[in-house]
Write a protein that binds this ligand. Structure first.
Ligand SMILES: [Zn+2]
Length: 373
């Protein structure tokens, strides 16, 4: 493949005064360079990146603005513990677990692309406390005997709740730049079942837990990354600390407003205060894996430090589908059986439909057994 050169509509070249103090490489559109404040090594970064980690000594520099360059002191790493092959092992073990997956799935997939990334996260340690007021719609029975009536009325309700967070803020602008990154945030959908053409899509997905990204953290060490050759895969951040903190606040307020809304029929007042105890920068080593099954490509994200699957796409196994289908068919059959057979003179159509639906379930099971997955 011919190497791409910067042709076409590129960014406006840098002005002379800034280029003069830097090396010629910095002149290339949108690539910049500074020296590491610790070891002096050249750090190159792309336009827009503001959290830059030296791949030689591991020092992280933050460009808060042009005149404000600081070293990030609270700077951690989840030490990587697996390389590519072990990451595939972890993903394979995950692929055979659970009701929704085919037991022999790991043996039938082909592992394709893989990429290692050491991703920057700000972790905002904080607690959110919400006080809410609202109105609850209730019903009560009035009168006695024949004059009994139901009446609805509103009752004022209030309450409060709080939750502690180690809220992760991905330190880059675009969380769709790499697959699955947005699914790591607490509460987001992180497991995506692929049902194919099957229509009764019940369950199988999962939401990301509110887990502590700092658990298992160590001081940032470039040597730890070198053990798995990951030091060249460090991804620079674009979002500075202050913005990360603001973003965490906003998301927690949103989350608490949603939770408050479920507490009463109508919420009239909802006030959330977020207390921030601290903000840390942590690098998370991740393996993005791709596998192919029946001509389709699926993704898995493996946490290379805690050795677990963070997010994944997975085809639903044929027996899971058959089980769901059968339960639905037999439930419908049971309803018709109640209507058709409970009384001596049950309607004939109900008796017939009992057999139709029960038969449907049996037929689907037979078909499933015969079909190749
Ligand atoms: Zn350095």
């Amino acid at each position: 493949m011919p190497e791409e050169t910067s042709v076409g509509p590129v960014e406006v070249p840098e002005s002379d005064d800034s280029a003069a103090s830097e090396t010629p490489a910095a002149k290339t559109a949108s690539i910049h360079e500074i020296s590491c404040s610790n070891c002096g090594a050249p750090l190159t970064y792309m336009q827009g990146e503001a959290v830059i980690t030296c791949e030689y000594c591991g020092t992280t520099t933050m460009l808060a603005d042009t005149s404000n360059i600081v070293t990030v002191e609270s700077h951690y790493l989840l030490p990587p513990r697996v390389g590519r092959d072990e990451a595939i092992g972890i993903a394979s073990a995950w692929l055979e677990k659970g009701f929704y997956k085919s037991k022999d799935l790991p043996r039938r997939v082909q592992w394709a692309e893989s990429s290692a990334r050491v991703l920057p996260y700000w972790v905002v340690r904080c607690s959110g406390r919400t006080m809410w007021r609202g109105m609850q719609k209730k019903t009560r029975t009035k009168g006695t005997g024949d004059k009994k009536t139901q009446e609805t009325y509103w009752e004022p309700v209030q309450g409060s709740f709080s939750e502690d967070y180690t809220w992760p803020v991905y330190a880059r602008e675009d969380d769709s730049e790499f697959w699955g990154i947005r699914n790591i945030e607490p509460g987001r959908k992180c497991v995506f079942p692929d049902w194919g053409k099957f229509i009764f899509r019940i369950g199988g997905s999962k939401n990301a837990p509110n887990s502590n990204l700092l658990e298992g953290k160590a001081d940032f060490s470039i040597d730890e990354l070198k053990k798995y050759n990951l030091h060249t895969h460090i991804v620079n951040g674009q979002i500075v600390q202050e913005r990360a903190e603001r973003s965490a606040r906003d998301r927690i307020i949103e989350r608490h407003a949603d939770k408050a809304n479920s507490k009463a029929t109508r919420i009239t007042d909802c006030d959330t205060t977020v207390d921030v105890q601290g903000v840390d920068l942590i690098y998370v080593p991740i393996w993005e894996l791709e596998y192919v099954f029946q001509g389709k490509t699926y993704h898995v994200l493996v946490d290379a430090s805690r050795q677990k699957v963070l997010s994944a796409e997975v085809p639903v196994g044929k027996w899971a589908k058959a089980t769901i289908f059968d339960v639905i068919m037999f439930l419908i059959a049971a309803v018709f059986a109640l209507v058709g057979f409970a009384a001596e003179s049950g309607p004939a159509f109900a008796r017939i439909l009992t057999f139709v639906f029960a038969g449907g379930g049996v037929a689907y099971t037979v078909w499933t057994a015969a079909m190749k997955e």
